[in-house]
Design a protein around this ligand. Sequence first.
Ligand code: GN1
Ligand code: MG
Length: 367
Amino acid sequence: MITKFSELAKIFCLEGTVENISVIPNGHINSTYDVTIKNSEKTNRYVFQKINTYVFKNPTLIMKNIEGVTSHISKKLESQGKSRDFVMHFAHTKDGNNYYVDNDGFWRISEYVTDSVAINSANNLSELRSAGKAFGNFQTMLSDFDATKLYETIPDFHNTRNRINTLTVHVKEDPCKRVEGVKEELKKIEKFTPVAIRLNELVDSNELPLRVTHNDTKINNVLFDKNTGDAKTVIDLDTVMPGLVAHDFGDAIRFAANTAVEDEPDLSKVSLDIERFRAFSEGFIPEVAKALTPMEIKTLALGAFVMTLELVVRFLDDYITGDMYFKTHYSDHNLVRARCQLKLAEDIYDKLDEMNNIVSEISGMKF
Ligand code: GN1
Ligand code: MG
């Protein structure tokens, strides 16, 4: 691996010797490495990433999106006199590309954000507030970015209705003969479908606007300052595309306000922690509220339910079709994930009134 990574370092014009490589295990899609390169002046750390081209069919266009989005944010940070660490920086080849393709795959390298740490679960409520603020701020920074300049990296990514329709087709085909074992789950998905497609309907009737959103707001996609514990940089920009504010808010809640991990097999441990919900909301909502329509605010909590159910559908679909999309670590991993997310979706559904009251309180909007 040292030889391979030394070659890549050279191609990306990084001077020095590759000293250390370790795998960063976060993320279900791409392969990520923490790499140290030493030259006569100093030691630098980088993140080397191999893009999953089964999931991302046109990675060159993803890198074009990323170039546009990061330079838009960089300019803003510069004019506001803020640290360049608040946005990701990618290395370029001598031809000026922020990627390189070889027989092995599609590669990119970003600078390792100094003194940063990624967390899979918040250690306290203040980290959640801070993550909420960071994702909210990310959206605000991009509010004047021309969405027509963005390539749709995965078409219909958060089109929940489409996801359910695809699952229905695959259930009929049952290519791996796994449907018999998931009848209960399918029944529940069917029962929840009218609520799960509510955001689709509001988009169709032009009651919800599309904005430039992150679309993958897991708390491990924010880097925190190791020393202060404040959120620093939003990472994983592969799915920055037009989307709904409720998607970003909802997906963050799904992951960070769960009392258990995303793939917890013991369902008695899985629920929505209302205090964590409140803390994330306190960070996110004030950051974005001014720009939002009343309907966008009204549908934030619903977004948490929709995003959780959508992921049930996605994990179950991958299970039924033979685990091609998400990396799995054991044979029925996707099924365990789907069941965990389904338990969480049921709990969120039961708590929607309480969640809406909190959103109303924080936003100052009555509904
Ligand atoms: C994937 O790449 P990662 O692990 O941050 C997925 C998200 C899911 C998430 C579930 C491109 O995100 O949509 O919500 O797993 N990303 C893609 O953990 O499909
Ligand atoms: Mg991702």
